[in-house]
Design a protein around this ligand. Structure first.
Ligand code: BEZ
Length: 211
């Protein structure tokens, strides 16, 4: 199965998790979601990653994002590992971890990395919007822990640009200036956005309009 592409509906599934049985679409409802896979329980990099996601609970909530992790390890393993994560991170894992022993979810989202052992998923991330559309994907190798500040930043950028017509430039952070869509003439941009800085006819900056 190939990984879901940007703009496609994230495939639905029902799976056992540390928070009970989850049917993905009804669990997330019209919230955004971050679905992320990790190779194996009781491993160092994964422990730091799941701990970091747990400490960011209020940041996910603030953006209306539900997080859900997946690995092919069994439920009892996840439950034991959660205690280690809480101890290391200083935060309880309040989000579900899918026990994907049959690899049904991992295969549905193409999270298994050929040549890396037959049981482990790679470090995939799917950011899914309130309409269940896949909005961003990332795939990291086992050796490289993900940067969850970047995932939050990308969610901010997606949610901001949904209110466009504008995009976010390199290294943008929430609250910084946006770039106006090239299709909008500069005169119209000035009417709509007020102060517009025109660096080139196609690169125009403006403050994000108040919500
Ligand atoms: C880790 O998360 O550190 C890890 C995962 C899979 C294999 C080896 C290490």
């Amino acid at each position: 199965m190939s990984a879901p592409h940007l703009g496609e509906i994230a495939p639905d599934f029902t799976a056992e998790t540390t928070e009970g049985t989850v049917t993905f679409h009804s669990w997330k409802g019209d919230s955004w979601a971050v679905l992320f896979s990790h190779p194996a329980d009781f491993t160092p990099v994964c422990t730091t990653e799941l701990g970091r996601v747990a400490t960011l609970e209020s940041e996910w909530e603030r953006r209306g994002v539900k997080v859900i992790a997946v690995s092919v390890d069994p439920l009892e393993s996840h439950q034991g590992w959660k205690r280690d994560i809480a101890e290391v991170a200083g935060s309880e894992v309040g989000y579900p971890i899918i026990a994907d022993e049959t690899r049904a979810v991992s295969e549905l989202y193409d999270m298994i990395h050929p040549g890396e052992g037959d049981t482990s998923g790679v470090r995939s991330v799917f950011v899914i919007d309130g309409s269940h559309k896949v909005r961003l994907t990332l795939t990291y190798p086992k050796s490289v822990g993900r940067n969850f500040d970047e995932i939050l930043r990308a969610v901010d950028a997606l949610q901001t640009t949904d209110r466009g017509p504008y995009s976010t430039p390199a290294d943008w952070r929430a609250g910084e200036r946006v770039v106006i869509a090239p299709a909008i003439p500069t005169a119209e941009a000035r009417d709509r956005f007020g102060d517009v800085e025109e660096l080139t006819p196609y690169l125009r900056y403006a403050a994000e309009p108040a919500r």
